[in-house]
Design a binder for this molecule. Sequence first.
Ligand SMILES: Nc1ncnc2c1ncn2[C@@H]1O[C@H](COP(=O)(O)OP(=O)(O)OP(=O)(O)O)[C@@H](O)[C@H]1O
Ligand SMILES: [Mg+2]
Length: 233
Amino acid sequence: MITLKGVTIAKGKHYILNDITCTIKKGELIGLIGPSGSGKTTMFRALAGIIKVKSGQIKIKDKEQPTLEVSGYIGYMAQNDALYSELTAEENLLYFGALHRLKGKELKERVDKLLHFVDLYHVRKRKIAFFSGGMKRRLSLAIALIHDPDILLLDEPTVGIDPKLKLDFWQEFKRLKKAGKTILLSTHLMDEAEVCDRLLFMRNGKLSDAGTPEKLIQHHGSVDVAFLKEAQV
Ligand SMILES: Nc1ncnc2c1ncn2[C@@H]1O[C@H](COP(=O)(O)OP(=O)(O)OP(=O)(O)O)[C@@H](O)[C@H]1O
Ligand SMILES: [Mg+2]
């Protein structure tokens, strides 16, 4: 579904992503983990086609990124919410749905369903400027899902989300996976990392390890220990 070959991104002499090679299969739920600044968000942005790679290649469904065609398959929830603050929650969803060529009754039904799912239906007429951080995260997830994409790129989707809704989100991620969607999400939380099919462990722009959570725990003592070690560097 997604292949990266020698993907390298640099700013001047500084490598942000350094020679990343990996494959993600259809239906996998992958956790992207690693210390702050290790390149997770940059990886998402490259996959979403927002930034160009300096060298190497990204293919999504056998199409080389960036292409416009691929954007229809991808739902991207950015770490910093990209929302229109002067529009209401409902207007934001209608706008992004229209960008994906949804319209009429289908669009309205999808918007209502997602507003209920992220528990924002009661504040759908409120401008984003008056939303809390967690409310914006919830709306960003709804927007990533609006066109029912095959691939979900979710950059720290549960940050600022209360525990009850976090459970709902995870139930939905598991349901989407069962429905054949491919999900790549980043997290700093061990309970989330442990339920992924596989983990990609980033360090200093490199893919330093990859495998099942069990394998990574074996390698590093525990996933927590890996982070603690990083924190001391
Ligand atoms: N546009 C940019 N120009 C220059 N440097 C950048 C740019 N974007 C990211 N970086 C640098 O690239 C590195 C990786 O950043 P990135 O945001 O991908 O990390 P991250 O793993 O997502 O971190 P976090 O866990 O804090 O979200 C950092 O050192 C950051 O300063
Ligand atoms: Mg990040």
